[in-house]
Write a protein that binds this ligand. Structure first.
Ligand code: NAD
Ligand code: ZN
Ligand code: ZN
Length: 369
């Protein structure tokens, strides 16, 4: 079929929205009609050429939500036509060594092919004039339709508006999950969140859902700190060189029980590690650092009981846990509308990148007719 899609032709150039060909889903794959797709930093990072693992040409987009139209014959029957789904760049096969462990969401089933921009059988369903066009993060959801592995689709409540489901496909679940599943924030604890974009606000929300006693939000922007307060931060502080010292002062000299980094800046990662509490503080890193950058930590901080964790997609097991997060939104526990600050058509995707560079709004969502 012919579909309209936003193609990354060349790094550093605007995406080109154009018609491409999409083949039928094979066994284990589903055809999804996208209703919405959030515009995430990772799309911009790849489009800019900064991502060392990036490739072009490909169809970008990975924060999708839509409806299953068709399922390839001979699959596992995990989804059916009519199902409302959130796309998962982090799939959940439910069978691999990591899926079988409660400790991680790092499914190994299809990652080698996914990393190459191919579907699990080593081919693409996307083409242009007979030439294969690669998939991005196993999803390629800046498109009217996508063919996606069944294990990379989370079935959600059809009552949930799909534009609001899109942020659960990446940024929002990443933040909430970092608090609930990676850090496992305990009730009554003191948390500090560095960076209040969608991921950091998700951390704030996750800490609130875990009944944290105190949630300190730190950002360079007062406006983002206002957003953090709206989502549950109890204390806010404009970021500076003295942030670590201030957090220690605020916590009887010890530091916060749980800290979260959601900026991608390695200096902020260091602050998050240093402001974690002596004896048991856990610092969770969500941000993606630049190529070749390293995180500098004085080992004594670790010997005295602080721990550092990394979190990919918030440790969320996509098919099992995303539906429950969407339910908490529908139950009124998460204000998704406040996070979706712009809605636009696919042709506006480059404008959304520019707004992101200007730090305007929290999340832009592309909506398809
Ligand atoms: N781990 C994952 O699976 C995953 C998933 C999605 C995104 N990410 C990464 O998470 C990070 C955050 O993503 P986002 O979409 O929320 O980004 P964003 O740019 O919207 O938000 C970052 C926030 O950090 C603030 N900030 C910048 N410098 C700061 C400083 N020195 N101190 C405190 N705050 C500072 C900015 O003002 C901004 O509000 C990015 O690095 C992104 O690539 C990771
Ligand atoms: Zn993303
Ligand atoms: Zn798996």
């Amino acid at each position: 079929m012919k579909i309209r899609a936003a193609v990354l032709e060349e790094f550093g150039q605007p995406l080109a929205v154009q018609e491409v060909d999409l083949d039928e889903p094979k066994a284990g794959e589903a055809l999804v009609r996208l209703a919405a797709c959030g515009v995430c930093h990772t799309d911009l990072y790849t489009a800019s050429g900064a991502d060392p693992t990036g490739y072009a040409p490909c169809v970008l987009g990975h924060e999708g939500a839509g409806v299953v139209e068709k399922v390839g014959d001979g699959g596992r029957g995990l989804v059916a036509p009519g199902d409302h789904v959130v796309t998962l760049f982090a799939p959940e096969c439910g069978e691999c060594v990591h899926c079988l462990s409660p400790r991680t969401n790092r499914c190994t089933a299809i990652r080698d092919m996914q990393g190459l921009g191919l579907l699990p059988d080593g081919t693409t369903r996307l083409q242009r004039e007979g030439e294969p066009l690669r998939h991005f993060m196993g999803t390629s959801t800046f498109a009217e339709y996508a063919v996606i592995p069944e294990i990379a689709l989370a079935k959600v409540d059809p009552e949930a508006p799909l534009a609001g489901c899109a942020p659960f496909a990446c940024g929002l679940s990443t933040g909430i999950g970092a608090a609930l599943y990676t850090a496992k924030v305990e009730a009554g604890s003191t948390c500090a969140v560095f960076g209040c974009g969608l991921v950091g606000l998700g951390c704030v929300i996750g800490c609130r859902l875990a009944d944290a006693g105190r949630i300190i939000a730190i950002d360079l922007s007062e406006q983002r700190l206002d957003e953090a307060r709206h989502h549950g931060a109890t204390d806010t502080r404009v970021a500076g060189e003295d942030t670590v010292e201030w957090i220690r002062e605020q916590t009887g000299g010890f530091g916060a029980d749980f800290t979260f980094e959601a900026t991608g800046n390695v200096n902020v990662m260091r602050q998050a590690a240093e402001s974690a509490r002596e004896a048991w503080g856990l610092a969770t890193m969500c941000g993606v650092a630049g190529k070749g950058e390293t995180l500098d930590i004085v080992p004594r901080l670790l010997i005295t009981g602080r721990r550092v964790a990394g979190s990919s997609f918030g440790g969320v097991k996509g098919r099992s846990q995303v539906p429950g997060l969407v339910d908490r939104w529908l139950a009124g526990e998460i204000d998704v509308d406040a996070l979706v600050t712009d809605r636009l058509a696919l042709d506006g995707v480059n404008d959304a990148f520019q707004a992101m560079e200007r730090q305007e709004g929290i999340r832009s969502v592309v909506e398809f007719d």
